[in-house]
Design a protein around this ligand. Structure first.
Ligand code: NAD
Length: 492
């Protein structure tokens, strides 16, 4: 462990970051965060409640009105964001160690994926903000008129535990670049990287109160943030169940809300693909982050002619995936985030079988020598009716549900039965067919001959149970954090 990480974890309980100060919760409460790789205590963290949220929203409002952040020229604000990105790059190893330990994701994945993605997202939105047009003249007879775009004010963010810091980067970068101030409520399972990130915000010299972090439980701190009348725009990433609650609270406050929710992504595989390569890609999709990826390929619809071969190759790839503690250099798939999450995955395997699904590859609990307390799960493949619970609902673990299809229409119909609508993929050498199917699948995103691709510049969001108002890494997302205002003068 790097000395910086040891030092960061040593000052317990870890405090929240409000108005530029590191503070304890008004109620004095704390909660634990544990290493999912062996269930050892990592830290005690302050548990904020309504009073702390209120303090944070007020600090963010004050910073919006008085710190000068909102009125800075975009290029000057961008300098701060680039400085913050530089610090994220400089402390990449520290952040990666913290993230890996808190989430259970392989250290190499945090080093090569999550953390660099945060700095590049900060830079992407900083650069967009410099070139964005914020004033448009309007040609209208008898008036001098223009439309301007201004930041909302305090934006609230509630995040899940699967990609904690990466999602903070995707969420707050456009809001900050547009001149808003933010209050973040990280997931209680994984608050650590967000708290360390707040230290970098401080070091980057970003004015006090522009970024605030309130740690705490969902039903207290999360609920208080979602209903606070001082929040002018809300963003929630997490489950559809909680998304509805946050959406309701935002509705009552009459503020716009962005909901990035769960998914049940499908992959349609036609019989003209390189079967082994596709099987390995799909196996990789369900072991990525131990399957805790909202948009990953969890329903595999495979042309009946290649089904056996694809399943056999995928099963071989999954069986040889090295499961281990996230800091073991050999590990390809770490634990799931908590015992609760492991029980959720195991519960779906059991319920799926009770409803008639069969294992093509046995999933279930796994143990790792030397880390017996960890929350490990073996990858599994199920097959059966499309109405099975394991095919319909989000499991959020290393499990796929495999079904054969005969023709294109049947495959598309099976995909579109889902109540979710986040992301799907189609795999075929025939690009006309692939493009046709990509457009026919109902979701925010369709990928061709790949799954889980997020280049900056391409919008990413869901429909149906997967939420609304996404965008994530595109110019549209930046504009989401600006509201229009018209200025008008009658000409004499
Ligand atoms: P969750 O909905 O249980 O929790 C998400 C956040 O909401 C946490 O910070 C939690 O503390 C908070 N929360 C809980 N109850 C609350 C309440 N009553 N009011 C306000 N906030 C509350 O989700 P999770 O288990 O942390 O994450 C997994 C889910 O997130 C999956 O469904 C996954 O698909 C989804 N997800 C979606 C995306 C996307 O971009 N669409 C990305 C990542 C994860």
């Amino acid at each position: 462990m790097l000395p910086e990480v040891t030092q960061f974890l040593a000052t317990q309980p870890l405090r929240m970051f409000i108005g530029g100060d590191w503070v304890e919760a008004a109620g004095g409460g704390t909660f634990e965060t544990r290493d999912p790789g062996d269930n050892k205590l990592l830290a005690r963290v302050t548990a904020g409640d309504e009073r702390d949220v209120d303090r944070a929203v007020k600090a963010a409002h004050e910073a919006f009105r008085k710190s000068g952040w909102a009125s800075l020229p975009a290029n000057e604000r961008a300098v701060y964001l680039h400085r913050l990105a530089d610090l994220v790059d400089k402390r990449r190893e520290v952040l990666a160690q913290i993230e890996s330990l808190d989430v259970g994701k392989p250290l190499a994945a945090a080093m090569a994926g999550d953390i660099p993605n945060v700095s590049s997202t900060l830079r992407y939105f900083a650069d967009i903000s410099v070139h964005a047009r914020r004033r448009e003249p309007i040609a209208v007879s008898g008036f001098e008129a223009r439309s301007i775009r201004v930041p909302y004010g305090v934006c609230g963010f509630i995040f899940p535990w699967n990609f904690p810091l990466l999602l903070v980067g995707w969420g707050i970068s456009p809001a900050l670049a547009a001149g808003n101030t933010v209050v973040i409520k990280p997931a209680e399972d994984t608050p650590l990287s967000t708290l360390y990130f707040a230290k970098l915000v401080e070091e980057a010299g970003i004015p006090k109160g522009v970024v605030n972090v309130v740690t705490g439980l969902g039903e207290t701190a999360g609920a208080a943030l979602s209903r606070h009348a001082g929040v002018k725009r809300m963003s929630f990433t997490g489950s559809p169940e909680v998304g509805r609650l946050v959406g309701e609270a935002s509705g009552r406050n009459l503020i716009p809300v962005k909901l990035e929710l769960g998914g049940k992504g499908a992959a349609i595989v036609f019989d003209d693909v390189d079967v082994d390569a596709t099987a390995r890609s799909l196996a990789g999709a369900i072991t990525l982050n131990a399957g805790q990826v909202c948009c990953t390929a969890t329903r595999w619809l495979v042309h009946e002619k290649i089904l056996d071969r694809l399943v056999q190759t995928a099963a071989e790839a999954l069986t040889s995936t090295r499961i281990g503690h996230e800091w073991d250099a050999e590990t390809q798939m770490g634990p799931v985030v908590s015992e609760k999450q492991r029980q959720r995955v195991l519960g779906y395997l059991e319920r799926g079988q009770k409803e008639g699904a069969k294992f093509l590859l046995n999933g279930g609990a796994a143990t790792v020598k030397g880390h017996e307390g960890g929350f490990y799960v073996k990858p599994g493949l199920l097959t059966g009716s499309p109405d099975n619970v394991a095919c319909r609902e989000e499991i959020f673990g290393p499990v796929a549900y495999v079904m054969p299809f005969r023709d294109e229409d049947q495959a598309v119909e099976l995909v579109n039965r889902s109540t979710y609508g986040l992301a799907n993929s189609v795999w075929s050498a025939n690009l006309d067919r692939a493009n046709r199917v990509a457009e026919a699948m109902v979701a925010g995103n369709s990928w061709i001959n790949a799954h889980n691709c997020f280049p900056q510049g391409v919008p990413y969001g869901g429909c149906n149970l997967s939420g609304m108002g996404g965008g994530v890494n595109s110019p549209e997302t930046f504009h989401d954090y600006l509201r229009p205002q018209s200025i008008l003068r009658p000409l004499a």
